[in-house]
Write a protein that binds this ligand. Structure first.
Ligand code: MG
Ligand code: MG
Length: 272
C-alpha cells in the first residue's frame, strides 16, 4: 500500500452487505422523490418526504447535521450544482432539480444523487441530464479489480468531452465511502487513467459527475452550502455508490444493483 492508499477503508463482504442495506434505502428514497417531484411543491416538502422514508426504513439520514447541514437531502435547482438547502423554494415547471441523498444503516453509508426535470425543460437540459448520468455509468463501468481510481475519472471525462462543450466541476469530486460518508480516496471526474490508489475488493466509491452547460467554475452562496455555477449556466449531478466483487461490479445504491446498466456496457454484475 503506497502513500496514496493511506486511510482507505477496506470492507469485509458482510460489511459490504451492510452498505447494500443503506444503499437500498437511498435508492428507494430517491425513486420516491422522483415520483413526488412536481411543480408547486417546495424543496422543504421533498426533504420531509425523504426523512420520513429514510427513518421508516430503519435508517438515519446521513446529511442531517453533517457539518451542520440542516436537511436530510440536498436540493439544487437550475444553476445550483450541489449542496442546495431544502426550504421554502417552490419548484416551477421548467426547473431542473438535483437531489442528493444519504442514509446510514448499522453504521454503514450509502450516497446517491439524481437530477430530474419539472415539467418540460429545453432539449439542451435533457441532454445535459442524460450525458451526466451516462458519464457516471461509464465511470463505474471502467472500474476493474487491479485497476486504478483515475480509470474512473478518465472514463467520466472522456464521455462528457465526447458529448459536447460541457463544464466538469473540478472543485468537487467523488469519494470513498463506508463507515463514514466521505473517505479517501478522492474520485475526480477528469484526468488521465492509470493513477491513484488501486481498485481492490472491499473498496467502495461514490462516483458523482457534476456537469454544467457552461464552465467548471463555481461560487459558494452566503448560506455557506449552496454551490452555484459562476457563469449562471444550469447543471446536473448523478451519483451512485459501488463496489467491486470477485464476480464483477455491484452498484449498492441502484435498486437492481446496476445489473441492467452494467450489462448494456458489457460489464459483469457482481452483486449478491
Ligand atoms: Mg451525494
Ligand atoms: Mg457523494
Amino acid at each position: 500500500m503506497g502513500l496514496l492508499d493511506r486511510g482507505i477503508e477496506i470492507k469485509r463482504p458482510e460489511q459490504i452487505d451492510g452498505m447494500r442495506k443503506a444503499g437500498l434505502v437511498v435508492g428507494n428514497t430517491l425513486e420516491l422523490l422522483r415520483a413526488t417531484v412536481r411543480a408547486g411543491i417546495t424543496t422543504g416538502e421533498l426533504d420531509g418526504v425523504a426523512e420520513d422514508n429514510i427513518r421508516t426504513s430503519g435508517a438515519t439520514p446521513s446529511f442531517l447535521g453533517y457539518q451542520g447541514f440542516p436537511g436530510s437531502i440536498c436540493t439544487s435547482v437550475n444553476d445550483e450544482v450541489v449542496h442546495g438547502i431544502p426550504g421554502d423554494r417552490v419548484l416551477a415547471d421548467g426547473d431542473v432539480l438535483s437531489i442528493d441523498c444519504g442514509a446510514i444503516v448499522d453504521g454503514w453509508h450509502g450516497d446517491a444523487a439524481i437530477t430530474v426535470a419539472i415539467g418540460v425543460v429545453p432539449t439542451e437540459v435533457t441532454d445535459l441530464m442524460r450525458v451526466t448520468e451516462e458519464a457516471m455509468w461509464r465511470g463505474i463501468a471502467a472500474a476493474r479489480l487491479g485497476g486504478r481510481v483515475t480509470d474512473i475519472s478518465h472514463a467520466v471525462e472522456s464521455h462528457v468531452r465526447s458529448a459536447g462543450g460541457y463544464g466538469i466541476l473540478e472543485d468537487y469530486v467523488g469519494h470513498g465511502i463506508g463507515s463514514e460518508m466521505h473517505q479517501p480516496p478522492n474520485v475526480p471526474n477528469f484526468g488521465r487513467p492509470g493513477r491513484g490508489p488501486r481498485l481492490v475488493e472491499g473498496l467502495a466509491l461514490a462516483v458523482e459527475p457534476m456537469i454544467t452547460l457552461g464552465g467548471k467554475d463555481t461560487v459558494l452562496l452566503d448560506d455557506d452550502w449552496t454551490v452555484v455555477t459562476a457563469d449562471g449556466t444550469w447543471a446536473a449531478h448523478s451519483e451512485h455508490t459501488f463496489t467491486l466483487t470477485p464476480t464483477g461490479t455491484w452498484v449498492l445504491t441502484a435498486l437492481d444493483g446496476g445489473e441492467r446498466a452494467l450489462a448494456a456496457l458489457g460489464v459483469p454484475f457482481g452483486g449478491r
